[in-house]
Design a protein around this ligand. Structure first.
Ligand SMILES: [Zn+2]
Length: 390
């Protein structure tokens, strides 16, 4: 019997992807259905549903789930859930859809059919309420709020049969692991306590420190990359993987780390999103999640430790997966090592920090990056990447 944490809700994993003949039949049927385009956020949620990461959801949420999730972080039935997972639709299209009707869900950008959904409910939402509860702001400059405020007027809800996981399985064949697959790998390693470390970046010494703190207290570490959309200037996933491999091969004990990626589009909802990150890590089989300073935050909408504190406000048994709360890390030249505010008593003047902008300039000019900041094997991979852009 598995010693890993149980999927959220305590039952079995519930991937919504249908395969084989059923998939072929649904795809043929979808050709005759009305189609509802999904925004990039909704498409990425659909893939999360398809792979089982949002277990035990069976589709996009209805009004009662939406409202209770916003207000109380619970589904209508009482199960803990911190962020609404909903599908929006233009008013005129929603008006044309009858209750009980099946519709095809397509990716707005590619036009590809991703799923068939039985529309059980159409409802309007109070967007201000969603934003103020979930994002703690209604400021339209917040990227997550902006998406809620500009989405279609009506939400459609109902059970989903997912027909596609988008580009991810083909684009990232070694990295795209479903919750059932990470669990199988953890069990093969004999792990029961597994920490997830979320990253959108290559790992420098500060990330290495956080990851190693997690390895000290768990059996193994899942380095879990966000494979969603990139911003200009981001390092592509294949380069990040190479850089992380260079770090893991040279500086971690063999058999303590597994790398994987998953398809979420960040909402930047700060504390509420940290809870969602912990929830789906439980589905992946992780008992712990490294939660750093301002986890999943953006700008100055959240306090640096809001994403830590919110875990202390949960009712007992909301989640099995617990946070490893970490402060920001840096190299201190008095300590002569990597440390955090909790472990280094020295002043800012002794601390080495390099911003992303400055680091990119250093690569562009072939300046040497201090070894206290990053490992030479990692820097070599990144330098080659920046050179290839010229
Ligand atoms: Zn120090």
């Amino acid at each position: 019997m598995s010693k890993l944490v149980l999927p959220h809700g305590g039952g079995r994993l519930r991937p919504l992807l249908v395969e084989g003949e059923q998939r072929a039949a649904e795809l043929r049927r979808a050709e005759g259905l009305k189609t509802v385009p999904m925004t990039s956020r909704e498409s990425s949620d659909l893939v999360m549903l398809a792979m089982g990461a949002y277990t035990p959801l069976e589709g996009f949420m209805g009004h009662d789930d939406w409202q209770r999730v916003c207000r109380e972080m619970k589904l209508a039935g009482g199960l803990f859930w911190p962020i609404p997972i909903t599908l929006s639709c233009r008013q005129d299209l929603a008006d044309s859809i009858a209750p009980g009707e099946d519709v095809g869900l397509t990716d707005e950008e590619s036009g590809a059919v991703m799923a068939v959904m039985t529309v059980e409910e159409k409802y309007m939402i109070d967007r201000q309420l969603e934003c103020s509860e979930v994002y703690r702001t209604t400021d339209a400059d917040h990227p997550g709020v902006e998406k809620v405020m500009t989405q279609g007027e009506v939400n459609l809800a109902g059970p989903v049969r997912a027909l596609s996981e988008g580009v991810y399985p083909r684009a990232f064949p070694d990295l795209y692991l479903r919750p059932a697959e990470t669990r199988t790998r953890f069990e093969a390693q004999g792990w029961s306590k597994v920490a997830a470390f979320q990253t959108r970046n290559p790992m420098h010494r500060s990330h290495e420190y956080l990851a190693k703190v997690a390895v000290e207290v768990c059996d193994g570490l899942l380095i879990h990359q966000v494979l969603g959309k990139l911003k200009p200037g981001d390092i592509p996933a294949d380069v990040r993987v190479q850089a992380i491999n260079a770090l893991v091969e040279n500086y971690f004990v063999s058999g303590t780390v597994i790398q994987a990626g998953y398809p979420i589009e960040m909402r930047y909802a700060g504390p509420r999103e940290a809870l969602l990150h912990a929830l789906f890590r439980q589905n992946f089989g992780c008992s712990h999640l490294v939660v750093g300073r301002d986890h999943a935050g953006v700008g100055d909408y959240y306090g640096p430790f809001d994403a830590h504190d919110i875990f202390d406000e949960l009712e007992p048994c909301s989640l099995e997966t617990v946070p490893l709360k970490m402060d920001v890390t840096f190299y201190c030249d008095v300590c002569r090592g990597t440390a955090t505010n909790r472990t280094c008593p020295h002043s800012e003047d002794h601390r080495l920090t390099i911003s992303g902008t400055r680091l990119r300039a250093m690569f562009a000019n072939h300046q040497s990056v201090p070894f206290e900041f990053s490992r030479p094997e990692v820097l070599e991979v990144l330098q080659a990447h920046y050179d290839s852009l010229k």
